[in-house]
Design a protein around this ligand. Structure first.
Ligand SMILES: [Zn+2]
Length: 283
């Protein structure tokens, strides 16, 4: 069954505080400053009064990748705090050795980062699990399959990052990863700044929406919803109402894992189209 969950945001005092910090940071940028002024939330006293994220978002246009990537520096708030390292969300009990083939995560006793030159290092680390962007995991899987990289078989899981930067996962990818690694695969949908937007659970029937890092809006389309999100963690380069160019179907029926948080399935890229920001500017 499909359902409408237009804004996925479980409001709490802490999260509203985070949202106000994002608005305050965005108001200092060349890109979002005029938006915040028009919405009446550019002044610190007005920002402090925000008690509904939804009400503020309803007054702002969507920003699109093409618009922001053309001039990324317009997004920068020089006084904005740099993002902290993230904890890797591991879907099961964390095994002793998890190799993350990407930067930006916090290392722990069991989680080690190998953002580059991983082909040699993996052999020595002997990971139980690997977490990596889809493209990196694909390259590793092909290298292992063709005998160009030698590593001990994985014993636990592979975690694959997908999203705006990393693309979507197709069935041939899942088949390849299963054939090569022979452990369960867990997809994690991530935003431009690495924010966790949704993650696959043990039931493997879609990705549960996650709201620790972001505020996800689901824009209804003819079929399914476009994913639009506001980062709650990126303050140096705020991302407000970013239209991801990704669409998904949404389900709020109980999941086999026992969670009731809505799930995304059929995540797909949308064809490029006229930007919301341009439409807003023409109004
Ligand atoms: Zn589940």
């Amino acid at each position: 069954m499909e359902c409408a969950v237009p804004v996925y945001f479980r409001a709490s005092a802490e999260r509203l505080k985070q949202f106000r910090a994002v608005v305050a940071s965005a108001a200092q940028t060349a890109y979002y400053g005029p938006w915040m002024e028009r919405a009446g939330v550019a002044e610190p006293s007005r920002i402090a009064e925000i008690d509904s994220a939804e009400q503020v978002l309803a007054q702002l246009p969507c920003s699109e990748l093409t618009g922001i990537l053309d001039d990324f520096e317009k997004l920068r708030n020089p006084a904005g705090r740099r993002p902290e390292l993230r904890d890797l969300h591991y879907p099961l009990e964390t095994p002793p050795r998890v190799a993350v083939l990407a930067p930006g995560f916090r290392e722990t006793r069991s989680v080690r980062l190998f953002p580059d030159n991983w082909s040699r290092k993996l052999k020595h680390f002997r990971p139980n699990s690997i977490a990596a962007p889809a493209g990196v995991l694909r390259a590793l899987a092909l290298a292992v399959r063709d005998g160009r990289v030698h590593m001990q078989p994985l014993t636990h899981a592979v975690i694959v990052f997908t999203g705006i930067e990393h693309g979507v996962l197709r069935q041939p990818d899942r088949d390849l990863f299963w054939k090569v690694f022979q452990v369960p695969l867990f997809e994690q949908l991530r935003g431009l700044g690495g924010e966790l937007l949704a993650e696959e659970c043990e039931a493997h029937h879609g990705l549960h929406i996650r709201d620790e890092d972001c505020l996800l809006e689901l824009e209804p389309m003819q079929s399914g919803f476009e994913l639009v999100y506001t980062s709650l963690t990126s303050l140096e380069y705020p991302l407000v109402r970013l239209a991801t160019g990704l669409a998904a179907d949404v389900h709020d029926t109980p999941c086999g894992c026992g969670e009731r948080v809505p799930r995304l399935t059929g995540i797909r890229r949308l064809p490029r189209r006229k930007s919301y920001a341009m439409v807003a500017a023409a109004d």
